[in-house]
Design a protein around this ligand. Structure first.
Ligand code: LLP
Length: 420
């Protein structure tokens, strides 16, 4: 059974202050997860987690993670600004972008971020910066040479990300002539990997690549970025991955491949989902029941608050609060209010008998949840709350108001009427 940090009574108290729907994040859960990650890689002196800002771009979360030693992995100008505002800058930012406009490189460089180049042609963009960065990372795409893939990332030979191996060698050699002093290699091959061999296999291939880079170009690679991609158990019968065992298996590969060659590298990660995913919950209230050819439960949340089920058909577990121990003997589609038939949080889900007014919790929304929201149908995105260890709650983002939706019309003759 999926665990929750609060019961129905507590959640009703919270909902009395902050109307549903809202995402609520369990601060303690996130802290514990980060500590375990750092413990698992403590054998590597330079280990650092660069939290993937796209997963949960909230400054309260970023500064909490920063206080635990994490940096930020950014992919856009606003993500860079958010990291900087959260007190994360310099080499504690990894700029892992793609198809990047010049102004974003300018901002990243001004902040002193580590620039992770998605393509060899982007070296010319760096030439146009005020000063050429001293630390540069190159993103590697092994194409069909790496066989683990999944639906979210697709097949690597079809993936738009990263450079081929010959391009990576060329890029390293060119960067050396530009005066780069610290080099890294990044690769992200899978999303939501539940297989414990993913990181060790990726690490092994990057360790071997670092040795090849040295042999072919004379460049010494100082860090390897295993990026994100570790999975979480969305289904209640799934076991979480064992981070300690994964850290140890990466260490074994390190000792087999790099230590004999006398090479030392810092290991970095750019995890998003693994860090915050399981510690976020979308809380919503049942506002309708509908019976036609199927039984529908209508929520006050919709795909604007969580689009993963609509976009990927992803499973998110649902708990009907206060009915945890009742038999799940009713079959429902759980829907939002968008004029889109894919606005369903669950299809053919067995739940206890649900009544209008029930509070439901949709699990594992702490990463790629609120951040993927959108405003189709003029739907407004929900608030975000932080749940603290002592049971208190802080609002870390208010819910959108109609004036937020209309904010980009502030130049127009309609502004006076819309932006009150
Ligand atoms: N680093 C880079 C460069 C990435 O593109 C991503 C995710 C991450 C790190 C973090 O990945 P994570 O550890 O969170 O899997 N919207 C999808 C996930 C797309 C992943 C995109 N990149 C979802 O809802 O599952």
């Amino acid at each position: 059974m999926k665990q929750l940090p609060f019961d129905r009574e507590k959640l009703e108290q919270i909902a009395a202050v902050y109307p549903t729907p809202f995402h609520i994040y369990d601060e303690e859960g996130i802290k514990k997860c980060v500590k375990e990650l750092y413990g698992a890689f403590s054998w590597n002196k330079g280990f650092r987690e660069y939290f993937a800002v796209k997963a949960l771009p909230n400054p309260f979360i970023l500064s909490l993670l920063s206080s635990l030693g994490c940096g930020c992995d950014c992919a856009s100008l606003p993500e860079l600004m958010l990291s900087d505002a959260s007190g994360v800058n310099g080499e504690r930012i990894m700029f892992s972008s793609n198809d990047t406009p010049l102004n974003e490189y300018e901002c990243a460089n001004a902040l002193g971020a580590v620039i992770n180049l998605d393509d060899i042609s982007h070296i010319e963009m760096l030439d146009r910066l005020e000063h050429f960065p001293k630390t540069v990372c190159c993103r590697y795409n092994p194409g069909n040479a790496f066989s683990m893939t999944n639906d979210i990332m697709g097949h690597l030979a079809d993936s738009k990300f990263g450079m081929t191996k010959p391009q990576l060698f060329d890029a390293m050699a060119i960067l050396k002539t530009r005066g780069v002093k610290r080099f890294g290699i990044h690769s992200m091959l899978v999303s939501c990997a539940m297989e414990s061999e993913y990181y060790p296999r990726l690490a092994k291939s990057l360790f071997e690549l670092a040795l090849e880079v040295k042999a072919k170009t004379g460049v010494t690679v100082s860090f390897l970025n295993l990026s994100g991609g570790l999975g979480i158990p969305y289904y209640p019968d799934q076991e979480p991955i064992n981070i300690k065992a994964i850290g140890n298996a990466v260490k074994e590969e390190y000792e087999k491949t790099l230590v004999p060659a006398g090479m030392e590298v810092d290991i970095y990660t750019e995890l998003g989902r693994y860090i915050t995913g399981p510690y976020g919950y979308l809380v919503s209230r049942v506002i309708h029941k509908k019976q036609i050819y199927k039984n529908y439960i209508g929520l006050d949340a919709c795909a604007s608050d969580l689009m993963r089920p609509a976009m990927y058909g992803s499973y998110h577990h649902i708990t009907v609060m206060g009915k945890e121990n009742m038999p799940c003997d009713r079959l429902y589609d759980v829907t939002g209010s968008l004029c889109e038939n894919n606005d369903k949080f669950a299809i053919d889900r067995l739940l206890p008998e649900v009544q209008t007014g029930d509070l439901v919790v949709i699990h594992d929304t702490g990463a790629h949840g609120h951040s993927m929201g959108y405003n189709y149908n003029g739907k407004l995105r929900s608030a975000e709350l932080m749940y603290h260890k002592d049971g208190t709650v802080t609002m870390i983002r208010r819910a959108e108001k109609p004036s937020d939706y209309f904010a980009t019309l502030d130049f127009s003759p309609y502004a006076d009427k819309l932006l009150k």
